[in-house]
Ligand binder design. Structure first.
Ligand code: ATP
Length: 225
C-alpha cells in the first residue's frame, strides 16, 4: 500500500535522506531502526507531509501523494500517531475520539474502539490532561483507527511506557495488523520491535543499509543500535 522510492530530504545545506526506498503492504508491520540521527524521524515526517521531500516519490494505495500537503495525505488514509500523542487536554477521551473526520469506510466505531481498548471505555469521560502515558498512547492509536486510516505511522509507541503497557500496545498493533491496516513505526526497543513487526529497515546516515528479519534484529542488537 505504501511504496517509497528514491526519497531525498535536506535541512538547509545538509542532506538528511539520500534516496530511501520503503514498502509496506496491507496488514504488514514494519519498523525503522537505526542510531540517533540516522534519519528515521525525517523519513516519517516526509511521508506524512510535514517535511518537504526534495526528490523521489511516495505512492500510497496506488496514488502518487508526493506533492500533497499533510492534511490531504491524512484524508487519503495515512494516519499519524504523533510522538507527543497530540491529545487535546481540555477535551474528554470520547471527545478526542469523535473529533477527527472520517477518511474511509473502514473507520472503527466507538463501540469497536471501546471493545479493543477497555481502558478508554472506563475513562471515556475523563479529560485528556488526566491520562497516563500509556492511556495517551492508546487514545492516539484509537483516534487514528477511528478515522479509518489504512496505514499508521508511529514514532516510538513504546517510549517511556511500563513493560505491561508496552505489552498491551504490542497486542493492539497485532490486532490492527489482522484487520489489514499497515503499520510503519520508528522503534528503538528491539525486544518490542521483534515481537510486533514482520521486518525492519536499518537506517544509517540517511540510507537504508539493510532489511532485517526478527532473528537478525535480535542477534545484532548491540552492533546496530
Ligand atoms: P533520533 O532518534 O535522534 O530522532 P533519527 O534517526 O530520527 O534520530 P533524524 O532526527 O531524522 O534522525 O535526523 C537525521 C539528520 O538530520 C541528523 O543528521 C540530524 O542532525 C539532522 N536534523 C534533524 N532535524 C534537524 C533540523 N531541524 N535541522 C537541521 N538538521 C536536522
Amino acid at each position: 500500500m505504501l511504496e517509497v522510492t528514491g526519497l531525498r530530504a535536506w535541512y538547509g545545506e545538509a542532506q538528511a535522506l539520500h534516496g530511501v526506498d520503503v514498502r509496506v503492504a496491507e496488514g504488514e508491520v514494519v519498523t525503522l531502526v537505526g542510531r540517533n540521527g540516522a534519519g528515521k524521524t525525517t523519513l516519517v515526517r516526509c511521508l506524512i507531509g510535514l517535511h518537504r521531500q526534495a526528490g523521489g516519490t511516495v505512492s500510497f494505495l496506488g496514488r502518487d501523494v508526493s506533492r500533497l500537503p499533510a492534511h490531504q495525505r491524512a484524508r487519503a488514509g495515512m494516519g499519524w500517531v504523533q510522538d507527543d500523542r497530540g491529545i487535546y487536554a481540555s477535551l474528554t477521551v470520547e471527545e478526542n475520539l469523535l473529533l477527527p473526520p472520517k477518511v474511509s469506510d473502514r473507520a472503527w466505531t466507538l463501540e469497536r474502539i471501546y471493545e479493543a481498548f477497555p481502558v478508554l471505555a472506563e475513562r471515556r469521560k475523563a479529560s485528556g490532561s488526566t491520562l497516563s502515558g500509556g492511556e495517551q498512547q492508546m487514545l492516539a492509536i484509537a483516534r487514528a483507527l477511528g478515522t479509518g486510516a489504512r496505514l499508521l505511522l508511529m514514532d516510538e509507541p513504546s517510549e517511556g511506557l511500563a513493560p505491561v503497557v508496552v505489552a498491551r500496545i504490542g497486542a493492539i498493533i497485532r490486532e490492527i495488523k489482522a484487520t489489514g491496516v499497515g503499520v510503519l513505526l520508528i522503534e528503538q526497543n528491539v525486544k518490542f520491535a521483534a515481537t510486533v513487526a514482520d521486518r525492519h529497515y536499518l537506517l544509517s546516515q540517511g540510507r537504508i543499509v539493510e532489511t532485517l528479519d526478527n532473528a537478525d534484529l535480535r542477534r545484532r542488537e548491540g552492533e546496530l543500535l
